[in-house]
Design a protein around this ligand. Structure first.
Ligand SMILES: [Zn+2]
Length: 339
């Protein structure tokens, strides 16, 4: 805190300066604040810096900084009141803020970052066999609720707390190469967690390396050949969930009719997949757009067969390749021709 004489001196200087600017025809307020606003928003949203960190650099209050980020000062009954002008001194000070890594202390709490790379790390640890409850118990900054929310709500959520991101990075660095069984998680639980991850298409740690996991544009590398015919075949052979690149490859390179030329839907294989731990037939039926489990039951019992298109949809809901639900079609014996 500045002492009182210093504050008075500061106010006097400020008054003189404003009088001077007014005298030369430059008002103290300016509408030309958009560069400063863009600068602050970038540091906040992309850099994950907190308003408090910025305040300590430039002396502008956190209230003003957050209103610049939002673009409005307060919300009245008529709606948000947009900022139209700002003090020149504030604009100049905001432009002096330099990037600093987000702090992992109570001062940095409140900094926010995009959720994508944190979500990747969480999904990878789950795919490796670590459950949410166990992960949350390893770090006091995480809770199971936190993590479930991250998994389910990220679509609508543009930013997460930088402290959450940091905690997840630490967990990932520590455990992504450690077998969950070695830290005392029961084999049954590991298997259940892995199955759930497979169903949801979570990419395990082997799909990422240090460069790609932090690159927002990178996609997980499941097979070493994703997006090529080989990649697609490796997915099938290893029963890996089909990745977006290979799914695109598959739809671009095969028509629905010719997709499975020598394959035939197998109720037995569907039954096996549905018996895997954690599969809930009713939920699967709903994901397929069926009001109840009847159709799925008939497919499973073999009293009805899914059409090609339904088969592709079923496989994608189950997180398997359509071929995993098929047998090789027995060759039709040649009928003796009658002449
Ligand atoms: Zn792939």
């Amino acid at each position: 805190m500045e002492d009182i004489p210093a504050q008075i001196a500061h106010r006097r200087r400020e008054q003189k300066r404003r009088a001077y600017l007014a005298a030369i025809g430059k008002p103290a307020l300016s509408a030309d604040f958009h560069a400063a606003q863009a600068h602050i928003r970038t540091l906040y949203f992309e850099g994950g810096m907190s308003a408090e960190q910025m305040r300590r650099q430039c002396g502008v209050s956190t209230n003003i900084i957050t209103s610049v980020i939002r673009g409005h000062r307060r919300v009245t009954r008529a709606g948000p009141e947009p900022i139209v002008r700002m003090r020149r001194t504030t604009i100049d000070r905001l432009l002096t803020v330099r990037y600093e890594t987000p702090l992992d202390s109570k001062h940095g709490a409140g900094a926010r970052v995009p959720p994508q790379t944190t979500l990747r790390r969480l999904q990878a640890l789950i795919a490796h066999g670590y459950n949410i409850k166990w992960l949350a118990a390893q770090n006091h900054r995480l809770t199971g609720q936190h993590l479930s929310a991250l998994l389910t709500r990220t679509k609508g959520q543009r930013y997460i707390m930088a402290t959450t991101a940091q905690a997840m990075t630490e967990l990932y660095d520590k455990y992504h190469a450690v077998d969950p069984a070695h830290v005392g998680i029961r084999p049954g639980q590991i298997e259940q967690t892995r199955c759930a991850a497979r169903r949801r298409g979570y990419a395990p740690p082997v799909c990422w390396d240090d460069d790609t996991i932090n690159d927002p544009h990178a996609v997980p590398e499941w097979t070493g050949a994703c997006g090529t015919p080989d990649g697609y075949l490796i997915h099938r052979r290893e029963r890996l969930p089909l990745c977006p690149a290979c799914a695109v490859f598959r739809t671009n390179h095969t028509s629905p009719e010719s997709a499975l030329p020598d394959m035939e839907f197998s109720p037995l294989k569907l039954d096996q997949v549905l018996r895997e731990p954690g599969r809930a037939p009713l939920r699967i039926a709903r994901a397929l757009g069926h009001p109840n489990g009847k159709t799925l039951d008939m497919w499973r019992q073999g009293t009805r067969r899914p059409q090609q298109r339904s088969l592709a949809r079923l496989a994608s809901v189950l997180g398997v390749c359509p071929e995993d639900l098929c047998d090789a079609r027995p060759r039709t014996p040649l009928q003796p021709t009658q002449e």
